[in-house]
Design a protein. Structure first.
Length: 278
């Protein structure tokens, strides 16, 4: 998994898992945010013209090529619409872009919110289905665990180590590796995700929580969080089972809310996938 090519998209998107199509979206969105911020700060007509052209090209060509948005809407369009409805129509609540100003001439405020939601869904899909791409960052975030030798391996290693020592057999560096195994230490970094539904759900909700806090200003009657019902809709998109309810989701949201020192895993993806030069 050291090379990006491992996750390159297939020629046809019809049978591609949605998480595979999501890979290119987070770095693309981060690059777009940079464009939007730049557009709000400059006044030079030629520079602004170039930014608008880059954005339009992204909408007309790049999004079409990576096919994430179109495939997502084809398969889970009703869930996406429900998420947007919750953000736009929840009484007493407003959800607006945090890092990007509203009122830009070349993109509607509604489209800005859609792009953020797409980014949250893309990040959630990757964190839920293939957190291995984040390597040590995934481990630090609790999404991955190091695989350690089993009791069976430890006991057999101890037995073989003793036999080699008793026979005074020269085995070079293998003896050091065998000693490590006999002490329950791994020889290589081998990070795996948990297959436990509750652990996977927690990883999903954590990523949604961190991404929403990074990209949205959330004013609500409650705790100022991404709507719990919207989280449940995303859990349907990633096809988590069993289906979580509000009582399951809300405590996990609370656990990871307002963790301003921790960044979502999706922001780490640029370490492995070069952001596009818009």
């Amino acid at each position: 998994m050291d090379k990006h090519e491992t996750y390159s998209q297939r020629t046809s998107t019809e049978d591609s898992p949605l998480w595979e199509l999501a890979f290119e979206y987070p770095p693309l969105y981060e690059a777009l945010e940079g464009l939007f911020i730049e557009a709000s700060e400059i006044s030079a007509p030629e520079t602004l013209k170039g930014i608008i052209h880059a954005y339009q090209k992204t909408e007309e060509e790049t999004f079409k090529n990576i096919a994430f948005e179109t495939t997502l809407n084809d398969r889970f369009g009703h869930n996406v619409k429900e998420i947007l409805r919750l953000l736009n129509e929840t009484h007493g609540s407003t959800f607006t872009p945090k890092r990007v100003p509203l009122g830009l001439d070349f993109i509607t405020d509604e489209r800005q919110l859609e792009l953020i939601v797409l980014n949250i869904i893309a990040g959630a899909l990757i964190a839920y289905h293939i957190p291995e791409v984040y390597k040590e960052d995934g481990k630090n975030a609790g999404a991955l665990k190091q695989l350690y030798p089993s009791e069976k391996v430890i006991k057999l290693s101890q037995k073989l180590y003793k036999a080699i020592r008793d026979d005074r057999l020269w085995v070079g560096d293998f003896k050091h590796s065998l000693w490590d195994l006999s002490q329950g230490e791994p020889l290589e970094t081998q990070l795996l995700r948990s297959e436990k539904p509750q652990t996977k759900l927690e990883c999903l909700i954590k990523e949604i929580t961190l991404l929403s806090e990074r990209h949205l200003t959330m004013r609500t009657k409650g705790k100022g969080r991404f709507p719990t019902l919207a989280v449940i809709e995303i859990s349907k998109i990633v096809q988590h089972f069993p289906k979580p309810d509000v009582r399951t989701v809300s405590p996990i949201q609370k656990k990871y809310a307002k963790k301003y020192k921790e960044e979502p895993l999706a922001t780490k993806w640029t370490r492995f996938f070069v952001p596009p030069d818009l």
